[in-house]
Design a protein around this ligand. Sequence first.
Ligand code: ADP
Length: 272
Amino acid sequence: MSMQIENLSYVYGEGTAFEKKALDNVNLELPDGQFIGVIGHTGSGKSTLIQHLNGLLRATHGKIYYNGEDIYREGYDMRGLRSKVGLVFQYPEHQLFEVDVFTDVCFGPKNQGLPKEEVEARALEALHQAGLKEKHYRKSPFELSGGQKRRAAIAGILAMHPEVLVLDEPTAGLDPKGRDEILEQIARLHRERNITVLLVSHSMEDVAKYVDRILVMDDGKIMFDDVPKRVFHHYQELEKIGLAAPQVTYVVKALEAKGWKIDTDATTVEEA
Ligand code: ADP
């Protein structure tokens, strides 16, 4: 899998009084197997960007290539793209609607037209990978806790065997324990399946511990795109765009715990 995004811009309500440029000339290369954090404050364009990756939104300007193929060319298999790039929305539990969790997770692969045995095998595998315990499989999604619902929703996407997994604020609304568990599970998934993961968050705290690369978005643009330690070099600028000081402090602590030496006065970060 590889994905290239070239000069991508997106305008909501073009030509109306509510016109809003949500993406402004974004260029990105997404290679296989990376764990990428996408951060930025609310309204910076994160959700708009990720909805382009599986064709839910169509660029106002610019191009997207998936494995070298232009996804906007006539006759391109958008449906195929939607199953290769799995998107887990914010509060994905709102999309759980079947009688029980297992049936819900079967929905995607069943819709792909796979035979029943394959559908069920995939659902079991996905539920296991999402870390949901077997005793919950036959429960109604409404009987689950917040974290369990989140896992069920993630399993629903995994069952489609995506090459890229995109999660929009997967920890929103969870308590700290639930949040850590989900993030650990996502990190484990990335390690074990070696799929590309994009984790969208407004919180540096969430991404700092896990990702190989961070994209910082501000006002529809990619402000930084680098390995975490180089992004955190710019912590003063990060503070200016609303990635608040306590978060930055937390990140500094997290990196120090990893053995990195951070001199906040000199704005330098060194790996110990
Ligand atoms: P984020 O995910 O970082 O919070 P979004 O991509 O949701 O940012 O929003 C980027 C910008 O686009 C914001 O200014 C937001 O108000 C605007 N926007 C988002 N969705 C819509 C929409 N459906 N109609 C009009 N403007 C929108």
